[in-house]
Design a protein around this ligand. Structure first.
Ligand SMILES: O=C(O)[C@H](O)[C@@H](O)[C@H](O)[C@H](O)COP(=O)(O)O
Length: 271
């Protein structure tokens, strides 16, 4: 695990995971901005849609601040499309809506950049409609394969869930044509009913970045470092190994052999 800030960590199973540790939210946003700048610079030289998946919870605020502060010449809104890695089965104007949270943080003139999750009465129909929306932008070269999302920003719960894939509930039913999206109706994290992209989509992604802050993410960081496949967040390692962890000092304490400055570190910042 290669730690920035001068920390050299272990190499995991011959896979390098880049770790960026922030002392506060301002530094986290700056590191996310730098990451987005690097990836967008490369992606803009390619063709087609630039697909960025984002998660809910604490992510909307720091992600939105980081992306909206990237150099304007890199923000080609005709090509960038942002989609929800998972979404709660609630109306868009509900306080629990992930898309709703992002739309409140983006100016109206950029709302078209978000691929909508069409909320139907039945959560299965929502998942099926969402997959159809995603396919409009991301149909892979061959049918019946998984998309190669450009960047997936994932969070993780203290229980190790990521997206809406929970420990012991990883076997999501195939309910859409291509199995890009599935549903959970008994999510341990409320609200219970959600749609989520599936693990094969995560494994197929070109870049995966976790944003994990707070002492309650320490064990998840350790599980990712150790490759503990009983934890969905640790399963979510892309096949090309392009995995980056954005941590605060508290979560970084889960990286073995890293001098923890727990005693002096500031209280967890509320992202
Ligand atoms: O819709 C959701 O709830 C999220 O997509 C979920 O996977 C989230 O990323 C984690 O639960 C971490 O949430 P926090 O960052 O708020 O701890």
């Amino acid at each position: 695990m290669c730690l920035s800030n001068g920390y050299e960590g272990d190499v995991i199973d011959n896979m390098k995971t880049e770790v960026k540790v922030s002392a506060d939210e301002e530094e986290l946003v700056a590191q996310l901005r730098n990451y987005l700048t690097e990836k967008l610079t490369y992606l803009l030289e390619q063709n087609g849609t630039i697909s960025i998946g984002v998660s809910g919870g604490s992510m909307p605020k720091v992600f939105s601040e980081a992306l909206l502060s990237v150099a304007p010449e890199l923000l080609n809104w005709k090509r960038i499309r942002i989609f929800m890695v998972d979404e709660r089965h609630v109306p868009r104007d509900h306080e629990d809506s992930n898309l709703g949270a992002y739309l409140q943080l983006f100016p109206q003139e950029l709302h078209h950049v978000f691929i909508p999750v069409p909320i139907s009465k039945q959560v299965v129909h929502t998942a099926q409609a969402y997959e159809i929306n995603l396919r409009k932008y991301l149909l892979p070269e061959q049918l019946n394969t998984y998309p190669r999302f450009d960047i997936l920003f994932l969070g993780a719960g203290p229980d190790g869930h990521t997206a809406s894939i929970f420990p012991g509930k990883e076997q999501l039913e195939k309910i859409t044509d291509l199995n890009w999206v599935s549903v959970i109706t008994d999510s341990p994290k409320p609200p219970p009913s959600r749609v989520t992209i599936t693990m094969p989509c995560i494994l197929n992604a070109k870049n995966v970045a976790f944003i994990l802050t707070g002492a309650n993410k320490r064990d998840v960081v350790r599980a990712i470092h150790e490759g503990d496949k009983s934890i969905p967040a640790a399963q979510a390692r892309p096949m090309n190994n392009k995995l980056t962890l954005f941590l605060d000092e508290h979560a970084a304490a889960g990286v073995p052999n890293r001098e923890s400055s727990e005693s002096e570190s500031p209280p967890p910042f509320d992202t």
